[in-house]
Design a protein around this ligand. Structure first.
Ligand code: G4P
Length: 531
């Protein structure tokens, strides 16, 4: 093996790329900050202030950046931990929830699921986990907020198993909760890690007691130990044993308990990600599978973000490197347009300002500035024609009809929507029955973004109206005749999207069910691959 290939293999084996999936308020932001803290990427210079009644918005992140002197640019955070390069990709939630949130999950190798243990499995977590399932992404689970009164732990595991359809293997087990939270027992290492409240503590300051039968535990918790020992026996009997292969297959999730705000349980998660989560894997492309350790560079775009820097009108295309080595100044081929681009201004997301990338390996994310030529799902290589697959569009759940105030601007509207549709900012459907164009999204903010970009970039004042559509499904059928029959019979519900694909717009759940039953030969799809 050449020295270059050996270097690439070495770098790849030391990379972990993951995202946090959670419902808003479960503690994603808090945990992100703690992960950065434990990795040493940020210092413990006082806790972050100024979160009055709210969430961290992007601007709050900027505030953190200023305070900590490091970029936590909201989209991608890269840090070093135990000799590994870790890429943590943000999954925008709250009002920023959009298709990007889903698509980020196609660019990671594992995910960390954070659950508010007082609430259990919530709606957004279900949606995000379903997306992870498309690629059998391995999931690590963190049950958060044990410093509060939370739900019964066994019941929580049951809920994860039944609702999310993934088996749980508890790695630690909580001792008490709320005011009586004492710490966790590590089933794997047979040791108790004592809890001490306080955001200033790192776990290294924390006492660890070896062995569940250690008399020191009886001294410390004379009232609780008998019950705990019984509970641990029960848990061992009732739950799944840890198994690395089943985790890597996305069938089993290791579960950790703790309190992010108190820094408790965070190091165990980081260690699990380093020890167990996969390094970058083979990726499917149209012609062949691509190994991360190959010598030649390749990657795909999973997200496009407009106006990250208000001073520039450019957009950044986020590309996940899939193989080889990216080097500053190298030529790479934009395969859809069959055009070389000189990647001299590609950025990474490590430091205070967007920093020019010197090199990047599989698992890393690089940002390519562009003026609208790059679309989601586009692949880049050093020349070989390989288009990565598995970067889907997702069935939208919110719909708006779109009109313009000035009918003379119809052309601009159509052009604008076509481009925004191709870019993945929103989905655009043209009903076969004529009538207004329909926009589809998974997050409300997408409509606002589209409205402001139509105004700023295309000079179009668009008006959105509610549309009585519940969901969309792309459909296909091997039998051309049957397909035509279906399209003709249900013309009123059928539309073509920006990529020219047929979609069925269902007014309600019952309608969709009945239609599926009545047309058994038609296959309905919740996602569609980028063309
Ligand atoms: P998100 O990004 O998933 O939306 O969640 P975020 O980290 O913002 O946390 C949501 C709320 O939960 C915050 O409270 C945060 O402080 C709190 N939280 C996070 N981890 C823990 C934990 O381990 N224990 C407890 N008790 N609370 C936790 P907030 O009231 O919205 O903000 P703040 O004013 O308290 O900072």
């Amino acid at each position: 093996m050449s020295a270059e290939l050996a270097r690439i293999a070495e770098e790849v084996s030391h990379r972990r790329t993951f995202a946090i999936i959670s419902h808003p308020d479960a503690g994603k932001t808090t945990l992100t900050e703690k992960l950065l803290l434990f990795s040493g990427a940020i210092q413990m210079a006082g806790t972050v202030k100024g979160k009055k009644g709210g969430k961290f918005a992007t601007s709050d992140w900027m505030e953190i950046e200023k305070q900590r002197g490091i970029s936590v640019a909201s989209s991608v955070m890269q840090f070093e931990y135990r000799d590994h390069t870790v890429n943590l990709l943000d999954t925008p939630g709250h009002q920023d929830f959009s298709e990007d949130t889903y698509r980020v999950l196609t660019a990671v190798d594992s995910a960390l699921m954070v659950i508010d243990a007082a609430k259990g499995v919530e709606e957004q977590t279900i949606k995000l986990l379903n997306v992870c399932r498309l690629r059998s992404t391995p999931i690590v689970t963190f049950m958060n907020k044990y410093d509060r009164e939370v739900r019964d732990s066994l019941e929580l595991l049951d809920e994860v198993e039944s609702v999310l359809k993934i088996r749980c293997a508890p790695i630690t087990w909580p001792i008490g909760m709320g005011k009586a939270f004492r710490g966790v027992y590590s089933l794997l290492n047979d040791e108790v890690i004592l809890f001490e409240p306080g955001a200033e503590k790192l776990i290294t300051d924390v006492e660890v007691i070896k062995g569940i039968d250690n008399p020191r535990l009886d001294q410390l918790f004379p009232l609780e130990m008998e019950q705990l020992r019984m509970e641990i026996e029960l848990v061992k009997g009732a739950s799944n044993e840890w198994n690395l292969d089943e985790f890597l297959a996305g069938e089993l999730t290791p579960v950790f308990f703790g309190s992010a705000i108190n820094n408790f349980g965070v190091r165990e998660i980081l260690d699990a990600l380093i020890n167990w989560a996969p390094a970058p894997q083979l990726r499917d492309a149209t012609v062949r599978e691509v190994a991360p350790t190959e010598g030649k560079f390749s990657g795909f775009v999973f997200k496009i973000q407009a106006n990250m820097d208000p001073k520039h009108r450019d957009r950044i295309a986020f590309l996940r490197v899939c193989s080889g080595k990216f080097e500053r100044g190298m030529k790479m081929k934009h395969l859809r347009l069959n055009r070389d681009i000189a990647a001299s201004s590609v950025v990474t997301f490590m430091s205070h300002d967007r920093e020019i990338v010197e090199e990047a390996f599989a698992g890393d994310i690089i940002g390519i500035p562009n003026h609208g030529n790059i679309q989601i799902g586009d692949s880049f290589s050093e020349g070989e024609d390989l288009t990565f697959t598995g970067i889907p569009f997702f069935a939208p759940e919110l719909f708006r009809g779109v009109r313009i105030k000035n009918p003379l601007k119809l052309k601009q509207l159509q052009k604008g929507l076509q481009q925004l549709g191709e870019e993945g900012a929103v989905q655009v459907f043209k009903p076969h029955s004529g009538g207004d164009l329909i926009l589809g999204a998974v997050g409300v903010l997408q409509f606002e973004v589209v409205a402001s970009r139509l105004a700023a970039e295309y000079g179009v004042d668009a008006m959105f109206e509610s549309a009585s559509i519940w969901s969309a499904r792309w459909f296909s059928c091997d039998d051309r005749k049957k397909l035509d029959e279906f399209v003709k019979a249900l013309q009123i519900n059928i539309a073509t999207d920006a990529g020219g694909n047929l979609a069925y717009l269902a007014p309600n759940r019952v309608n969709l069910q009945l239609t599926q039953e009545r047309w058994p030969d038609i296959v309905f799809h919740e996602t569609r691959e980028h063309a």
